[in-house]
Design a binder for this molecule. Structure first.
Ligand code: PHE
Ligand code: NA
Length: 501
């Protein structure tokens, strides 16, 4: 009976799974650099404002839609209204794209955990990464395939599909209950070791010293909103899917606050760890922090190896702690993102979970294995990530909000549904944040992103994305096209009403 829906076994299990989705590369390699560039300690103000006015209200909305309509994103949106099913498929398409490349970063980190035992990257980690490990070429350099990387990637997919195939309670929830506490222990040990390094205080000063001037301009506020959407995994169906396995009586608003606060706590601790070690590296090498790679691939795979090389003691352990933390944090996020399409095909077509995992999960694994362990893998990943985040999620999220809140005017129904079982009640403030502030913030971010991309010259950091626009727009536009086709094909195929628990 495809209509009977699995539930989370416990409230803690659900929270750990949602926190597992939220904690990811966004916390470890995105937040510290974004905060540092945008006012340091002063960034906490726009950041917390964005968390409260956009992040938490959107989390509440997604949990409520999932729980009320008891379905994956397409089914939930179809039950909401016959014409909004495409929004759910759009979110599925975005998740398909993200899942396919997110797995690759986990495979890199797994190899680096191994490399750190003997610091196999040698004295020049940048060359090691680009030449020896990734053999990096341009976007259109097809051909050469990297077998070592492919093996690690295949293992990531096998582990992920095994967890999802085992189901919500025995797979996702059970895994989260082991791996999220493990992540806390690993990262806690890394934090302690980071804080004991010489130069840690200088790094923390660089990170936290507030630049109050900076937060007067719009740029910093936009950076804060952009960080919040990414870091909370909102806007592409994950939290709707996870919400659909909630029991009717669960407290939605308190759960949303718990998930939001845990994730932000994780970001600030990551910022402390990252800037402590960057302070150490600056002291050792004499290169100031703002001239080092303090973000993204460069931070994790160039700066950290350089730091590990210079550590006075327990260098191998430090490397393992860092890269295994990346693997664990990324893996829990990957599980959540793959669950979106799996749940969608499972409950929209009535397939069994095993069959869906084999077809949809297996299909994602094959695409990932064909496209990414290649010399152009890094470029494909980078361009795809940029376009799907900036022009996929950033468009799909406001479309969903405007449809639900304004066009269909369903916010009161959803508000009452959340309030009925929540101790912390929502009302007009929630409406204002969700219906007005969040879509406005997203629209302004989108406007600036498009403007900057179109104006990018050869010296701009956006130059590569400018050059590869044909590919990037095809990815972003292709997700919407997929969604419209799916919705059209399924238009006459009714979904049964949600079965109450
Ligand atoms: N919330 C994740 C993070 O902070 C982002 C993410 C989640 C990306 C799930 C993809 C899939 O890193
Ligand atoms: Na996050």
């Amino acid at each position: 009976e495809p209509n009977v829906r699995e539930n989370w076994g416990s409230r803690l299990g659900f929270i750990l799974a949602a926190v597992g989705s939220a904690l990811g590369l966004g916390n470890i390699w995105r937040f510290p650099g974004v905060a540092y560039e945008n006012g340091g300690g002063a960034f906490l103000i726009p950041y917390l404002v964005a968390l409260c006015t956009a992040g938490i209200p959107l989390l509440i909305l997604e949990f409520t839609i999932g729980r009320r309509f008891r379905g994956s994103a397409p089914v939930a949106f179809r039950r909401l209204n016959k014409n909004t099913e495409f929004i759910g498929w759009w979110q599925v398409a975005i998740s398909l794209v993200i899942g396919v490349y997110y797995a690759v970063i986990i495979a890199w980190a797994a190899w680096y955990a191994y490399f750190s035992l003997e610091q196999q990257w040698g004295q020049d980690p940048a060359t090691f990464l680009m030449v020896d490990f990734l053999e990096a070429g341009g976007l259109y350099d097809f051909g050469t395939w990297l077998p070592g990387l492919a093996v690690a990637l295949a293992l990531v997919w096998v582990a992920t599909l095994a967890v999802i195939g085992a189901g919500v309670k025995k797979g996702i929830e059970a895994t989260s209950k082991i791996f999220i506490p493990l992540l806390v222990v690993l990262f806690g040990a890394l934090l302690v070791q980071s804080l004991t390094l010489d130069g840690a205080v200088d790094g923390l000063n660089a990170f936290f010293t507030p630049d109050w001037e900076a937060i007067r301009g719009p740029q910093v506020w936009l950076a804060a909103y952009a960080q919040i959407f990414f870091t909370l995994s909102v806007g592409f169906g994950i939290m709707i899917t996870y919400g659909s396995y909630l029991k009717r009586k669960s407290d939605i608003t308190t759960s949303a606050w718990t998930v939001g606060m845990s994730n932000s706590f994780g970001e600030i601790l990551a910022g402390i760890a990252v800037f402590s070690v960057l302070g150490f590296l600056a002291l050792e090498t004499g290169v100031p922090i703002d001239e080092q790679s303090y973000q993204g691939v460069g931070l994790a795979f160039i700066a950290f190896p350089a730091i590990i090389n210079t550590l006075p003691y327990l260098a191998g352990l430090f490397g393992v702690l860092f890269f295994v933390s990346l693997v664990v944090a990324g893996w829990a996020s990957l599980i959540s993102v793959v669950e979106v399409p799996v749940a969608a095909f499972e409950d929209r077509f009535g397939w069994s979970r095993k069959k869906t995992v084999a077809i949809i999960g297996g299909g994602m694994a094959v695409v990932s294995l064909v496209l990414f362990p290649t010399v152009n893998g890094l470029m494909v990943l980078d361009v795809t990530d940029h376009f799907i985040n900036n022009y996929g999620i950033a468009v799909a999220a406001p479309v969903a909000i405007i449809a639900v809140v304004w066009i269909l005017w369903r916010w009161q129904e959803l508000r009452d549904d959340a309030n009925a079982t929540s101790s912390f009640k929502i009302g007009p403030i929630w409406f204002t944040c969700l219906g007005v502030i969040t879509p406005l913030a997203l629209a302004v971010i989108l406007f600036f992103n498009v403007r900057d991309l179109l104006a990018a010259g050869p010296d701009s950091p956006l130059a590569d994305y400018h050059e590869y626009q044909a590919f990037g727009w095809a990815v972003a536009g292709g997700s919407l096209a997929f969604a419209l086709i799916m919705a059209l094909v399924l238009r006459r195929r009714e979904v049964p009403p949600a079965v109450p628990e």
